[in-house]
Design a protein around this ligand. Structure first.
Ligand SMILES: Nc1ncnc2c1ncn2[C@@H]1O[C@H](COP(=O)(O)OP(=O)(O)OP(=O)(O)O)[C@@H](O)[C@H]1O
Length: 283
């Protein structure tokens, strides 16, 4: 598989925060969800990829090479904060961008505005947040990028809006050449559309793997402290004490179920993993 994005041993230090040897890859035709709690480093990774901040060390390749002008033309980016030109309407923005992007496709842009029910004559400052996000997406996609990078694109949107946007993401990767890197706190969205999940915690990658691999290899065991001490520690990623039981992240869940048929286990989801991992203890 061709790699669209390769990040190797990325390090970046702020006063009180560090990205530590961050490495992961994104393949052609795939959607990768980047998850982690507030302040884990997701936006810092995205800014590093886009060369918006100076990194300390590491190597970042897009489309197999450095982020040059041509590579930038092939990336569409959506950040969650604010809109760059609120005093314009969507039509005026299209006219500006067609002079900036070599591959700007006016027909596609107007088609997206239409499909998303966005008026082209209303000032952007009068758009709702959902409308602004949809417009950001239409802009990001209308210069025919091969890689979309989206930082919290669905936060603050209602489920109907979110669903429409998720459908557009799936549509975007249909041709199997395009890829998406999407950071989100709405892990249920990622469970719906992502092929890969990368979990970052306190500047470190905890795992980066296929979503199906995540779902099938991990599970939760709900047990007592006594049970916990009887479980072979090779299965235990972390555990979290609750008021009257313990949640344990179990690795290699199928084998675990065969070895401990009497213990109660449940399917793992990304939210549970993040909560137990970040608040829990190692054995
Ligand atoms: N310019 C900066 N100077 C100093 N510290 C910074 C700067 N930008 C970000 N940080 C710190 O780096 C850490 C990671 O921030 P980042 O925005 O990457 O997290 P995030 O995972 O995107 O969080 P969120 O989900 O809340 O958006 C935070 O502790 C933040 O305060």
């Amino acid at each position: 598989m061709t790699k669209i994005l390769e990040i190797n041993n990325l390090n970046k230090t702020y006063d009180k925060f560090q990205l530590k040897d961050v490495s992961f890859n994104l393949e052609e035709g795939a959607i990768m969800g980047l998850v982690g709690r507030n302040g884990a480093g997701k936006t810092t990774v995205i800014k590093s990829i886009m060369d918006l901040i100076k990194i300390d060390s590491g190597e970042i390749k897009v489309f197999g090479g450095p982020l040059n002008k041509e590579a930038k033309e092939n990336i569409g980016i959506v950040f969650d904060d604010g809109f760059f030109s609120e005093q314009y309407n969507a039509k005026q923005i299209g006219n500006i961008l067609k002079n900036i992007y070599k591959n700007w496709d006016s027909g596609k842009y107007l088609g997206y505005l239409n499909k998303m029910g966005l008026p082209d004559d209303k000032l952007i400052k009068d758009f709702s947040r959902g409308m602004q996000m949809k417009l950001s997406f239409a802009i990001a996609i209308s210069h025919n990028p091969r890689l979309l990078i989206l930082d919290e694109p669905t936060s603050g949107l209602d489920p109907v809006f979110r669903n429409e946007i998720l459908e557009m993401f799936l549509d975007f990767i249909q041709d199997e050449r395009n890829s998406i890197l999407i950071s989100s706190h709405i892990t249920t969205d990622l469970e719906k559309i992502a092929d890969y999940i990368t979990f970052i915690d306190d500047g470190e990658i905890i795992f980066s793997k296929e979503k199906d691999d995540f779902i099938y290899s991990y599970g939760i065991c709900k047990c007592s402290l006594k049970d916990l001490y009887e479980i072979d520690r090779k299965y235990v990623v972390k555990y979290l004490k609750n008021s009257n039981y313990i949640d344990v992240i179990i690795e290699n869940i199928e084998e675990f179920r065969r070895e401990y048929p009497n213990l109660v286990t449940e399917k793992m989801n990304i939210d549970d993993y993040m909560v137990i991992f970040t608040n829990g203890e190692s054995i």
